[in-house]
Design a protein around this ligand. Structure first.
Ligand SMILES: NC(=O)CC[C@H](N)C(=O)O
Length: 363
């Protein structure tokens, strides 16, 4: 057992939660968000959409299965993580498991956080923190560590273009499948690439602001990504050009928000985000609901959507828009994660719909 060092999460409203440090002993500041999923911390921590955020996990027992091996698949993609590094700013848990056990674990969660310079706090009531955020709305926070100077100010990560910070900077190609899909990397999760590759796609991953309409492609995949969608004007311009090209477009999360903006809608910040594995979404015009994995703090206001565009899914908890689609063009998007990892795979069929649209549009 490590020697206990005190650490605390301090919220903008002055509330303070005292616990102990694990991971890197580096104070930090960021936007405090909560996720209610019971599993998937290796995937969540490496999801680039969490950039700038201090993540609070409501499920109490965390770290019990350690951190998986960094093995890669034939395309060079890490098998058990969603990107190359941890993207969260800090981690807050209730009951940290000092002793992990899993066939595939190569280290503990605390060691992994320490290695990557990310602080963690354990021994706090993460459900109490969540209740405060739900009442007050999303807040900034600081992690303070005993014996180390506290960050002077609360810093809001969303004023920066986090997509530009997490996107690739060069074009990367994966696979040799028959369908050429441009993947616009706004801070892409690896499972989007895996879901495309296993469906016979050659993936051409391009930076967030790259004018992909100059390339030869069969379809466009717009990825998830961190921060405020209204800061990604360059991507929105390129999506408008892609509307004119007319080839299939599929957007996920940030990709949904940017497509909706390109189609005339706007985005706003939710009181607190949707981050869990059990968000119910209704397919508009049907009786079919799907259980979805989500991780977003912004949402689409559909007012202003151009003719032909309609909401695709609606969140059954709060009625927010969970995607848009075009009535006669092969364009559709979702706010949730059909590539959920971890999380329910109910909506992975949407990748098949995308491939079907590509096949149809090639005819
Ligand atoms: N996962 C995502 O793509 C999130 C999109 C955006 N950053 C939001 O929080 O709403």
């Amino acid at each position: 057992m490590l020697e206990k060092k005190s650490a605390a999460l301090i919220l903008e409203d002055g509330s303070r939660f005292d616990g102990y440090s694990f991971g890197a002993e580096l104070p930090t500041t960021g936007e405090v968000v909560f996720n209610t999923a019971m599993t998937g911390y290796p995937e969540s921590l490496t999801d680039p959409s969490y950039a700038g955020q201090i993540l609070v996990l409501t499920f109490p027992l965390i770290g019990n299965y350690g951190v998986p091996s960094p093995e890669r698949d034939e395309w060079g993609i890490l098998n058990f993580f969603e990107s190359e590094k941890i993207h969260i700013q800090g981690l807050i848990v209730s009951d940290y498991s000092f002793e992990h056990s899993h066939w595939n674990a190569v280290k503990s969660l605390g060691e992994w956080l320490a290695e990557q310079g990310i602080p963690g706090v354990y021994g706090v009531d993460t459900r109490a923190i969540t209740k405060i955020i739900r009442e007050h709305g999303v807040m900034l926070g600081k992690i303070a560590i005993e014996g180390v100077a506290e960050p002077a100010e609360f810093i809001d990560p969303n004023v920066e273009n986090l997509v530009a910070k997490t996107s690739c900077t060069d074009i990367i190609e994966y696979g040799d499948g028959e369908h050429k899909v441009v993947l616009v990397d706004c801070g892409c999760k690896y499972n989007i690439i895996r879901c495309l590759l296993k469906r016979g796609v050659r993936v051409i991953r391009v930076p967030w602001d790259y004018d992909f309409t100059t390339l030869d492609y069969d379809g466009v995949m717009l990825s998830n990504g961190p921060g405020d969608p209204s800061l990604c004007g360059a991507t929105v311009e390129n999506i408008r050009k892609a509307f004119a090209v007319g080839k299939p477009i599929f957007g996920i999360c940030m990709g949904n928000q940017l497509t909706s903006i390109a189609a005339g809608a706007s985005t706003y910040k939710l009181k607190y985000g949707h981050r869990s594995h059990n968000q119910p979404a209704l397919e508009v015009g049907t009786d079919r609901a799907v259980i979805t994995s989500q991780n977003h703090g912004f949402a689409v206001n559909p007012e202003g959507l151009a003719d032909g565009w309609t909401p695709y899914f609606i969140n059954l908890n709060d009625g927010t828009i969970e995607g848009v689609k075009h009535s006669h063009k092969p364009f559709f998007t979702v706010q949730f994660h059909p590539e959920a990892t971890s999380g329910p795979v109910d909506t992975e069929y949407l990748f098949d719909c995308f491939i079907d649209k590509i096949i149809e549009s090639k005819r």
